[in-house]
Design a protein around this ligand. Structure first.
Ligand code: ARG
Length: 582
């Protein structure tokens, strides 16, 4: 709609200039004032005149009619009417649709993209699981929200660096080493992969923690042993380093499978361990700036002036902590990428952590502190899925995906047994359904969903959207089969549904902009539903290949192609695949 808004604003700006209004009402600011009328009877765009009444010292309806007197319809505008304090613009359906359809068919999957971020780099830190701990449903948020925000930035012309900041350092490795040497063996781990590591990890934690409620004491010695092994690792003990690298490889191999299913790749896997030798310089800087206070032996930054608890930098034994590593990593990323923004996507349980260390970075005098952005998301729960009890009732992402794919596969077997690439399609639809359902909610809010609802082919779901996309593909394939060409056709609009679809497709670029500015993939998800619904309404009311008039056939084919491009691009922004047949 940018094009139509610009045309409308241009018209209004020149009328206002004639009325003597110049300041504050240039074309660009008028664009931002234009509104979408609630129903088509009130036009396609409306200009509210209320803000002008101060400047012009008149009532808004008078102003609206004064502006109207200076305007005449024609071109894009079929008519312009005054209604109360509004000026309503009605588009010529064919002129409007012609511009938009041709733009989409020309730009194809690039339609909706922009070069807003040209020359700017955005670093995105997301997914970032803690190695050796289960990759569970909670990670879905960071993984798909993070990747979606990355895609939206790329689509908007930013140069993006996606970083998987692996939790690959910390005392958990000491625990795992002790557990592995005590109870594990190479063969089992090679065969069972990450599950065996998680089992060992869970087992040693049980032993260390005990079960105070049932009078079972924890094993302190084991805890000390684990700490000692981690310390050896920190000092570079070759055996421990080797084991640590191996644990990391095993875990990564498992994560990679999930990332591949989601179509996600990262530009960097530099995890926490990478920053061990980069922390001392930052600790030194903090000390020199007199920001470090000793509290019970630990080094902290006092944040009471900002009404926050202190940020812990060093434990009393001199070891570093999560915030220390984050500070060092941010400095490194700034020096390496000179980012315009560095975005972190984590659960909302980490809000305080990010507030604290962002503040510390600012206090250290880094002038880029305001480029750090934290995007927290709420907790997720899924009903209708079996829990994996072996790891203490956590819902593994792998299991959620696996069960969704199985269910879709059985639907395909039943309804469309001859479909080619059944497995691929079942995976695209099953996983797409989970992502779609999850990304429907605003990211700050907690979400819960029922598996069967997410997998439904009706309503606001991924399968419904993918099915609609496949429908656009099959219409175009049939046209091709029948030898109907429609490339340079003249657009001719004869029904409300055609026009409504063109209008819906015209909204895509501004939805991308809203999703970008708000770090909010759900804007795209909701848009997909609106666009799919509008396409289906068009499809049910407007025969495409069997329309009588050849120009109508061509127009409808171009509309179908346009809808397909927009849906496919929008899917890719929320990490959902677009199979051509479902
Ligand atoms: N590994 C952390 C976790 O699973 C998330 C890391 C987020 N990124 C960061 N730079 N702190 O909780």
């Amino acid at each position: 709609m940018f094009y139509a808004k610009k045309q409308t604003a241009n018209l209004i700006a020149s009328a206002l200039a004639e009325l003597g209004v110049t300041e504050g009402f240039d074309e660009n600011s008028i664009v931002t004032m234009l509104e979408y009328p609630p129903s088509p009877e009130n036009g396609d765009l409306a200009f509210p005149c209320f803000r002008l009444s101060r400047t012009l010292r008149k009532a808004p309806p008078m102003i609206a009619s004064d502006i109207k007197a200076k305007l005449s319809a024609g071109g894009l505008f079929e008519k312009i009417e005054q209604a109360g304090g509004y000026l309503n613009f009605y588009f010529d359906k064919t002129v409007f649709s012609d511009v938009i359809i041709k733009e989409i068919c020309d730009k194809k999957e690039k339609y909706g993209s922009s070069d807003e971020g040209k020359g700017k780099t955005v670093v995105l830190d997301y997914s970032s699981p803690n190695i050796c701990k289960p990759f569970h449903i909670g990670h879905l948020g960071s993984t798909v929200i993070g990747h979606s925000i990355k895609k939206i930035h790329e689509f908007s012309g930013y140069n993006c660096v996606g970083i998987n900041y692996l939790g690959d350092w910390g005392t958990q490795f000491g625990k795992l080493m002790v557990a592995y040497r005590k109870w594990g063996n190479k063969e089992d781990v090679e065969k069972g992969g990450i599950d065996v590591l998680v089992d060992l990890y869970v087992r040693i934690n049980h032993e260390i923690d005990g079960d105070p409620e049932h009078g079972i004491e924890g094993n302190k010695e084991l805890a000390d042993e684990a700490r000692a092994e981690f310390h050896k690792l920190e000092l570079g003990d070759p055996d421990n380093i080797e084991l640590w690298k191996w644990f990391k490889e095993i875990s990564l191999a498992e994560y990679e499978k999930t990332y591949a299913q989601l179509g996600i790749t990262f530009d960097s896997y530099l995890g926490e361990s990478f920053y061990t030798d980069k922390m001392p310089a930052q600790v030194q800087k903090l000390r020199e700036a007199n920001l470090l206070k000793i509290d019970d032996g630990a080094s902290i930054v006092d944040l009471s002036d900002y009404k926050m608890p202190p940020c812990l930098i060093l434990r009393s034994d001199g070891s570093t902590l999560y915030p220390t590593r984050d500070i060092a990593a941010a400095v490194y990323r700034h020096d390496t990428y000179d980012f315009a923004k560095c975005v972190y996507v984590t659960s909302d349980q980490q809000i305080l952590h990010f507030k604290q260390w962002f503040k510390v970075v600012e206090m250290m005098g880094y002038d880029w502190a305001d480029k750090l952005v934290h995007i927290p998301y709420g907790t997720i729960s899924v009903a209708g899925v079996k829990l994996s009890t072996r790891h203490g009732n956590v819902l593994l992402l792998r299991d959620v995906f696996g069960q969704a794919v199985d269910k879709v596969r059985s639907v395909i077997e039943e309804k469309n047994p001859d479909l080619e690439n059944k497995d691929e399609v079942a995976e695209a639809v099953g996983i797409g359904a989970i992502i779609y359902y999850y990304l429907l909610g605003s990211i700050g809010k907690s979400s819960s969903f029922v598996m069967d609802d997410a997998l439904s082919f009706d309503g606001n779901t991924g399968p419904y959207a993918q099915y609609t996309y496949a429908r656009t593909c099959s219409i175009l394939a049939k046209a091709k089969q029948n030898g109907v060409s429609y490339g340079a056709a003249d657009v001719k609009i004869t029904s409300d549904e055609e026009f409504a679809l063109a209008k819906q497709l015209a909204l895509f670029p501004e939805k991308v902009k809203a999703a970008l500015d708000g770090y909010e993939p759900s804007v795209i998800t909701h848009y997909i539903f609106d666009a799919a619904t509008q396409f289906n309404r068009f499809y049910h009311n407007c025969p495409v290949l069997t329309a009588e008039d050849p120009d109508t056939v061509k127009t409808r084919l171009m509309l179908t192609e346009s809808a397909g491009h927009v849906l496919k691009s929008a899917f890719s922004l929320i990490c959902m695949k677009a199979p051509e047949k479902v």
